[in-house]
Design a protein around this ligand. Structure first.
Ligand SMILES: [Zn+2]
Length: 386
């Protein structure tokens, strides 16, 4: 049986867990993982309590150990949340041993008209920023970027977030620096990610006076296949916990389909999207992808951060082909080449990237093909666009 031992220091949680290879525990081998906030952060007992409890959830989410021994209190509300995550992910409820002690989560009061936006520098956080600024006014909106949550792209994300803050004139912006050794990768990060992220941002948001924190919505999700924190009803449950323990902040989201996010930004903030950081392509492959598109479709200008070939770039570019006035500078021939090559790409990727391809992407891809007289083969026609 896998047993996790979790210890905490101020704003740091470490976990020791037996190593598993192909589902089997390796005798006498342990893995240590750590999540720590470094740099400026509103240090308080309440912030520490919130951080410790959600960081433990994030660390165990990669392993789902059957026994969790912690040297800090885990209140019943968060034990319940951890159990719910296990059940959602098809695991048996773990045994949690931790000191019993009442924890204080009573932060100062917040204001109704102030919000924080979880800001990754991608198109969804740009959309949320646009929406929040329209609704509440720029002075009442705080952008918060967590550096280090996705280690592989941390530096790139931070650079783009700071550039956007500067060039788009966001008045209030904070960066939280996280030292993260979590091995959680790929889609599994969504077991706990949105909740952990919200808890890390909460003290900073509350210090600003925000009563709401805007996070990514669920425009395209198909609940049955989603991990625990990627589902609206589970985030609603999480909001219930925040309310019960007296945290004066709720997580909110707007559901907008991927393609419509790009369309809205092109319509309302056309200069914003040129700075987007949304590419999934590893840095080492990006230059060769960019070179490829410069050769095959030279008038179709990619944004600086785009590789042109990954799923995120395809989404943005198909929306641009439909809605971006700047795309009219591209020749019809180059747009046709991009669409035709995307047909091949969909065929290659439709299983592994079906989450992205089905739904609004394929809907708008078909529209773009019609607009530019590119014949849509039957197998592409058959892909679900709702
Ligand atoms: Zn890309």
């Amino acid at each position: 049986m896998q047993v996790a031992t979790v210890t905490s220091k101020p704003l740091e949680v470490s976990m020791k867990v037996p190593k598993k290879v192909k589902g089997e525990v390796v005798k006498d081998k342990e893995v240590t993982e750590r999540l720590k906030i470094v740099g400026a952060y509103p240090y308080s007992e309440q912030a520490q309590n919130l951080y410790t409890n959600l960081a433990v959830m994030e660390l165990i989410a990669a392993y789902m150990p059957q026994e969790i021994n912690a040297d800090f209190p885990i209140p019943k509300e968060f034990r319940g949340l951890i159990q719910k995550m296990y059940l959602w992910e098809g695991e048996k409820s773990p045994r949690i041993r931790a000191p019993r002690k009442e924890l204080d989560f009573s932060f100062p009061k917040t204001e109704r008209g102030k919000v924080a936006v979880a800001y990754s520098a991608g198109k969804d956080s740009m959309w949320n920023m646009w929406w929040a600024r329209e609704k509440y006014g720029g002075e009442n909106v705080l952008g918060v970027h967590i550096q280090g949550l996705n280690k592989a792209v941390a530096k790139d994300e931070l650079d783009h977030a700071l550039k956007q803050k500067q060039e788009l004139g966001f008045e209030n912006f904070k960066v939280i620096e996280l030292a993260n050794s979590s091995k959680l990768t790929g889609h599994e990060v969504m077991r706990s990610r949105d909740m952990c992220l919200s808890a890390i941002i909460a003290p900073v948001a509350i210090q600003f006076g925000a009563s709401q924190m805007v996070t990514e919505g669920f425009g395209e999700t198909k609940d049955a296949y989603e991990h625990f924190s990627g589902v609206a009803q589970n985030l609603e449950y999480f909001n219930g916990i925040l309310e019960d323990i007296g945290v004066p902040l709720q997580v909110v989201w707007k559901n907008r389909k991927e393609m419509d996010v790009v369309k809205d930004l092109l319509k309302n903030k056309p200069d914003w999207l040129t700075l987007v950081n949304n590419c999934f392509c590893p840095k080492c492959y990006k230059p060769s992808n960019q070179r490829y598109w410069r050769e095959v479709a030279p008038t179709l200008k990619l944004y600086d951060s785009q590789c042109g070939s990954c799923v995120k770039c395809r989404i943005t570019n198909i929306a641009r082909i439909l809605h971006d006035p700047l795309m009219q500078k591209a020749t019809e021939e180059d747009i046709k080449i991009y669409l035709t090559k995307t047909i091949d790409w969909i065929r290659r990727k439709k299983d592994e990237a079906s989450d992205f391809i089905e739904g609004s992407f394929i809907r708008d891809f078909k529209r773009a093909c019609k607009k530019y007289n590119v014949q849509i083969p039957d197998d592409i026609k058959a892909i679900k666009d709702k």
